[in-house]
Design a protein. Sequence first.
Length: 294
Amino acid sequence: MLALQILIDGFAISSLYALGAIGFTLIFGVSGVLNLSHGALMVVAAVIAWWVGGLLGPGIGSVYAGAAAGVAAALVCALATYRLIASPIQKSPSIPREEKEIFVLTGTLLWGIMLQEAIAYLFTNNPKTVRPLVEGVVMILGVRTPHNEILTAVLSWALIGLLWLLVNRTRMGKSLLAASMNPRGLTLLGFELSNIYLAVWAIYGILAGIAGVLLGAFLGVSSDNAGTLTASAFSIVVLGGLGSVSGSLVAAYIVGYLETLTAYLISPSIRTVPVLLLLVVAVYVRPQGLLGRR
């Protein structure tokens, strides 16, 4: 019974991690930014969804309004990350080109800490649980499973599928792919790179916001979770291979199930420790990641 519980819970949390990590991978692949404020954005989305839902009172309408507000808050924070942190550093003539990546890493890390502290100041750092989008439970081979947990996995994969269609079947998606492979060539064709980067950051913000709201309804969050969520996302994209979407999906399930096993069999307080140890080993054995090419 415990094994089945781990299998079900691990699948849901892994699907959620995959949704968050695919946006993380997307902005790195297109704009070359490893956003270390990722976890803070997810926390902002969850806390705003909890707050707005509480303000509007009981009723299913307030739950969905809160979720929409949380996603909108993450979108605003993602665009602010690009406009205020990533873009100015990348365009700065005073920073040597070879040092811009470390400046962006540092800038997004500090921005994430600022968001984390702002959430703690405004809403305290007590854990908050977003009301589930759907109520009720179902028995799966004797294991009580909330409908919201099933919705989390289904919605995560539906959004991943929509993103695949966007990237591979639309003009905008093809321009995103071109920007990841040859940005200079794209500009020669008349495309404005800043608009493409803005679009990919907007997509990322929406995905991170939805992942944050779903996480808040599934496990609950507090401002203290921001660093842990960023560490999990970073572990996934590095383990899968920087810029590799398929690698991130595979790594999300490795990380999700490893964290779930640790939480059930050892302690939830150290659920990320085995993942970080695995990451250290992977960096030594296969530094390009599972499906990375460099």
